[in-house]
Design a protein around this ligand. Sequence first.
Ligand code: SF4
Length: 582
Amino acid sequence: MLSQRSSQLSMYQADVEYLDRVGPQSFFGQVAQSRSRLFRDDDFAALYCPDNGRPAVPPSRLAVALLLQAHDKVSDAEAIERANFDVRWCVALGIEIATRPFAKSTLQLFRSQLLIHDQAGAVFQASLEEAKRKGLLRGKKRTIALDTTPIFGKGAVQDTYNLLATGIVMLVRALAATAQQKPAEWAASHGLSRYFGRSLKGEAAINWDKKAEREALLRSIVSDAQRLLELVRTVRAALPADAPEAAKIAQAAELLCQLLAQDIDGLDSDEPHLRQGVSRDRMPSATDPEMRHGRKSKRSRFDGHKAALAVDTETGLITDADVIAGNAPDNENALELVTGTEGNTGCEVDKTLGDCAYGDGATRQKFADAQRELVARTPGRPEGQLSKDEFSIDLEGDRVTCPGGHTVQGSMSRSREGQRWRLFQFPAAVCAACPLRPQCVKGKGGRLLTIHPQEALLQQARAYEATDEFREDVIRRQVVEHRIARLTQLGIRKSRFFGRQKTKFQLLMASAVANLTLVWGGSVPADDAAPAAADKGIVKAACGLSSSLRRALSGSLRALRGLPKAFRAPMARCRPVLVATC
Ligand code: SF4
């Protein structure tokens, strides 16, 4: 059941006594002064049963804890330790020092509830609301910059032998649970004990230098996997279709099938063998099946996901964030980030800036169809040959004139990815006699020019690239690189969680911290600092005690907490009286 944080300020709260020590301008001090307007318990009411159950820890307090955890980049266990013993955390949370505000499972359950109820972005949204309260993101149309950055996945990356072994172990666990047996026992009874040792490859008694022995081992693993999948059919036939065990078995069996299909050729034959090359959309990890092989550049590879970001160029605020597959093109969700920004900020986006990964014709067409402006460098031309830019292309007249002065009509078209491409073929005889041929034509025959379906949009973009305005846009776009650097400081380069959904949660939390540090970067405006300072002043004045005397009184009360329960109960009754009297 939802529990509300008290709006009363107690003299025992850490922020009353230690805010000055922690620093009102520090992140913890700023959270202490802003928490009541950042998070309200009612905002999380949908996560709780309205009329039943124990009163929960106030969700606004747990939201602050998640924010502090993202700021300090600590584990759940460490977050609980800090909430219990770190004065800065106690100040930010507004709790008494050395109290135990919540258990680790409570924090984890709250995070799960946010994910289940589609409120993973609640803390991130609060950071944007704070920016609006400070006068940022108000009114006028915005320009945003888009970019992506790699996130290394949490799942173990394995080679094919170990991947299949992990897939087999996961399926065995699901089948053993249905049979109400321990996995190792179930595996032993089905001749699969070797998968429950320390390491399948390490314990395999083969000479790894000999191809025949490697292939024999692989065949035996594939055979075990196929035998297990056959068994799955029998077990599932005996289970009701809607049984939860059936769903778990189906999930594990599907994973094993995918692992087999992506890496093994000749599955139907007697001699299955390793596939040459890498399958499209290959899973490198069985423990996180959503991880993919990605590339940062031609030579730099990673395994995991990609963070896709939208950043307001004027304020540097992150306005939307998403996690896409590691092998997805950077421009995959460009338009969604624009609409997401508008939804999150309530401001209209009138210009979107991207690097050349967003400059292809298809992305430009999407933006043009949505009547939005996209500024991105067009993809570069291959060097060493007269580029297409040096030809005069008349799209309306459907003709092209080359630098040698010869003109040809569009002679044919072909379909690629559902789109028509115009082809312009210069006659071989004309090119053979041309002095520019060495720089223009590779191989035999005449020059062939392929015209993109969105050539008109690309021509517009190339013309814009020659302007001063474009150069200013390139400089403005750099803000997204700076925000990526800040997010990297906040630990987003490595995912703390399995799966894309939870990784996105981590990204949104880091983005919230990055936004709040930016919003609070300067001094707190007087109108924001005043209420908290006034509250604190009221408590001090009401007490009518010097700081040292208040500390002595607090110390005495804390010392009394160490007394036996019989003494503590009367003191607990006295405390409100003490506060009221002070
Ligand atoms: S080689 Fe052919 S296409 Fe190229 S400039 Fe000469 S005539 Fe034109």
